[in-house]
Design a protein around this ligand. Structure first.
Ligand code: SF4
Length: 292
């Protein structure tokens, strides 16, 4: 290929914006460059934040686990840095700006939101923010689930106005932690039985999804997929990648996993470069990604 798409460097990490002064004067320095700028028209860029309108807000640098592959939203791993947390007032300022610039969904992340010191106040605030920022239609959270084994946190989460939750779980093997890459944590089975199943009962109709990181063990991830499907919930499988300078050679096994999962569940590929309803990308749209 003679041409490739260049991914623009991030001007400023938006999540970091919650720690800086966020006001109209600061707006020009905020950029959401999560798609290649040359597949978005100038007109679109003027009116909307390029991308899908999804905003992730890191609530805290702290986490109850220590996964070896942690990317922690581009920061140092939680256990290597001082615990810092976003102020609710700053989150609200960020939401106000985001709401005016086309953000359609917000996802709270960390670290882990379950150990965010302002967690209970946040759950109350979301109900208020839904009325105040009606353009933001989806409100979600991603967690490893462990903090919600505590009854009070579980109750606050269950009663919240969140629309969706992504639960990081890499194993449901007997006797194995939910994230075997972490030296601490509860078993995957405990997490499913004591957190996921009770939440399913209370969150009737709301979206619960597993996020499972593939680190090379196909059977382990297949069993997580089976556990999710047996509960009627969706699962995303994420291939471990080289963020934080570590190289993982798992690609061929990951492709096998995709094939075997597709066969087991009779899945069809969902995205194609020229599928109906999808924007037709240039033929070489992925040329810049050597390992797609
Ligand atoms: S649960 Fe997530 S934030 Fe916590 S250590 Fe693991 S990858 Fe990092």
């Amino acid at each position: 290929m003679s041409e490739s798409i260049e991914i623009a460097s991030l001007q400023r990490e938006p999540v970091e914006g919650i720690r800086i002064s966020v006001n109209d004067d600061a707006w020009p320095s905020l950029r959401f460059n999560n798609i290649a700028p040359n597949v978005t028209s100038a007109e679109e860029r003027d009116e909307f934040i390029p991308g899908r309108g999804d905003l992730r807000i890191s609530l805290t640098s702290a986490c109850n686990l220590r996964c070896s592959y942690c990317h922690n939203e581009g920061q140092q791993a939680p256990w290597l840095q001082a615990k810092t947390s976003a102020m609710l007032g700053n989150i609200e300022k960020l939401l106000e700006i985001a709401g005016r610039h086309g953000v359609k969904s917000v996802k709270f992340s960390g670290g882990d939101p379950g150990v965010y010191p302002g967690f209970f106040m946040l759950m109350d605030a979301i109900a208020l923010w839904r009325e105040r920022y009606p353009g933001i239609r989806k409100w979600g959270i991603c967690t490893n689930g462990g903090p919600f084994l505590a009854p009070k946190k579980f109750e606050a989460l269950a009663a919240s106005r969140l629309d969706n939750i992504s639960i990081g779980i890499d194993s449901v093997e007997p006797g194995e932690p939910s994230k075997p890459s972490s030296p601490v944590g509860v078993s995957g089975k405990t997490l499913v039985d004591e957190f996921v199943v009770p939440l399913l009962r209370q969150w009737n109709g709301r979206s619960i999804k597993f996020d499972s990181v593939f680190t090379g063990d196909k059977q382990r991830v297949l069993n997580v997929i089976r556990a999710a499907r047996s509960l009627g919930i969706n699962v995303s499988v994420l291939e471990i990648n080289g963020v934080m300078g570590t190289v993982h050679a798992k690609r061929s096994k990951f492709l096998e996993l995709i094939t075997e999962t597709a066969q087991e569940y009779r899945l069809q590929p969902r995205l194609s470069l020229s599928g109906p309803g999808l924007r037709k990308l240039p033929q070489d749209a992925f040329a810049g990604f050597p390992d797609r």
